[in-house]
Design a protein around this ligand. Structure first.
Ligand code: SF4
Ligand code: SF4
Length: 404
């Protein structure tokens, strides 16, 4: 692959949306409507205006500075040299959980990204000029040293005793991308269950094992742009060299990030999450659910798999196909799903906000009469595990594997 020139990062990357007259056609910015935190007009083009609660940090702190709008305006003032980067401004910028909710409500940018990306650009600016904030420094150093945010040196331990082959050993058309949480409690169940289901389906697939790097989620959302592009380019190169045609991810956040890699670099590669892969199998009659499970469950849409990748139907199709399962929808579902609080490095920098978000979601499920909350993202599982014991939660892929 060609060596790429360094990509713009920080405020230079988003200058078009910070009122810069020379940005080709005149740039545009926040129009102060307030829709992104539940105080704006209802979009007349929307059938469903969604719940009033929208931006988790605003809903928790209840100060207007913690809104997508304020993050945008504050960033604009820094860009124009009107304000300095202060500890108070950093607090506002780093409380964004990267839940992507403001992408659903704000139509100002025309490149598909929401106001959250302005906060990410501000994080990039801060990281470029001052380095990582202290709560994120261990993740930054781990990304540089071990290519994953947890500093796991021995990747691939999750696959021990499953009899899987790596891409080095076997040139398979399909890659199971386990994700860097697969060697941690919050991600292991998804990777193991998906591998077993793919084996059962007879698919010709391989894993990366010890060679697997992070998809780049944490580097992307925490503002370490150079690390993100490095990991992204490594992953693209690996897939191209191996001639892989399909990437199946075990984590919702990996699905979002792989889906954001430039299409031109992976022209004929299909990226799906395990639930999409299994839904296709079920609909073609190659996956049959025979075991009855009498349970009232709800599905928590992970922000990155739902709003980030548009995957809403596949997990619900699978749950409805399991005999005995009663799927209950929580009031905030699909594109209006509320955030578990686990993204954006918030559990590291503002654990009280992360815990509140997770507990708020679990309480919503409990109030809806749910016995078990299912989801399929390591980020969400980690966040729910840090919350109080309100309701049992489980990995959806594992639940499906046990339903066959
Ligand atoms: S960020 Fe978007 S939705 Fe929020 S106030 Fe500004 S224009 Fe409106
Ligand atoms: S991504 Fe979520 S937390 Fe961040 S500004 Fe948007 S709505 Fe708020």
């Amino acid at each position: 692959m060609d060596v790429k020139t360094k990509e713009p990062s920080g405020l230079a990357r988003v200058r078009r949306w910070l009122y810069v007259p020379d940005a080709g056609e005149r740039g545009t910015g926040c129009v102060l409507c307030g829709s992104c935190y539940g105080h704006g007009p209802v979009n007349p083009m929307e059938d469903d205006p969604g719940p009033k609660t929208k931006c988790p940090p605003y809903d928790y702190y209840r100060f207007q500075r913690f809104t997508p709008k304020s993050r945008w305006l504050m960033t604009q003032r820094v860009f124009h040299g009107l304000d300095a980067i202060t500890p108070e401004l950093k607090e506002v910028i780093y409380t964004c959980t990267n839940c992507l909710m403001c992408q659903e409500t704000c139509g100002v940018r025309d490149d598909g990204a929401g106001p959250w990306d302005i906060a990410v650009a501000m994080r990039e600016e801060i990281a470029n000029t001052e380095g990582p904030i202290e709560p994120h420094r261990p993740m930054y150093e781990a990304l540089r040293r071990a290519n994953n945010p947890w500093g796991t040196d021995a990747r691939g331990a999750w696959a021990a005793r499953l009899g899987l082959k790596t891409l080095r050993e076997h040139k398979a058309p399909t890659l199971l991308f386990a994700g860097c949480s697969a060697d941690r409690p919050e991600g292991r169940a998804a990777a193991v269950a998906l591998a077993k289901l793919m084996q059962k389906a007879g698919d010709d697939f391989a894993i990366l094992g010890a060679d697997e790097s992070c998809c780049g989620l944490y580097a992307r959302d925490l503002g370490f742009r150079d690390e993100y592009t490095r990991l992204r380019d490594m992953n693209i190169e690996t897939i191209r060299r191996a001639g892989v045609g399909t990437v199946v991810t075990a984590c919702g956040s990996c699905r979002r990030i792989w889906g954001e890699y430039p299409k031109d670099d992976l022209p004929s590669v299909r990226v799906v999450h395990g639930v999409e892969y299994l839904d296709e199998l079920a609909r073609s009659g190659n996956l049959k659910f025979s075991k009855k499970i009498t349970k009232k469950v709800a599905y928590h849409d992970p922000c990155h798999l739902g709003r980030g990748a548009g995957v809403y139907d596949a997990p619900r199709n699978l749950l409805r196909a399991i005999p005995g399962v009663e799927l209950i929808e929580m009031p905030r579902n699909r594109r209006w799903s509320s955030c578990c609080g686990g993204g954006g490095g918030v559990p590291e920098s503002y654990p009280d906000l992360a815990k509140w978000s997770a507990e708020d979601r679990l309480a919503e499920a409990k109030a809806a009469g749910v016995e078990l909350l299912l989801t399929t993202s390591a980020v969400c599982h980690r966040s729910f595990a840090l919350a109080g014991k309100i309701l049992p939660t489980r990995e959806l892929l594992e639940f499906i594997a046990e339903s066959l």
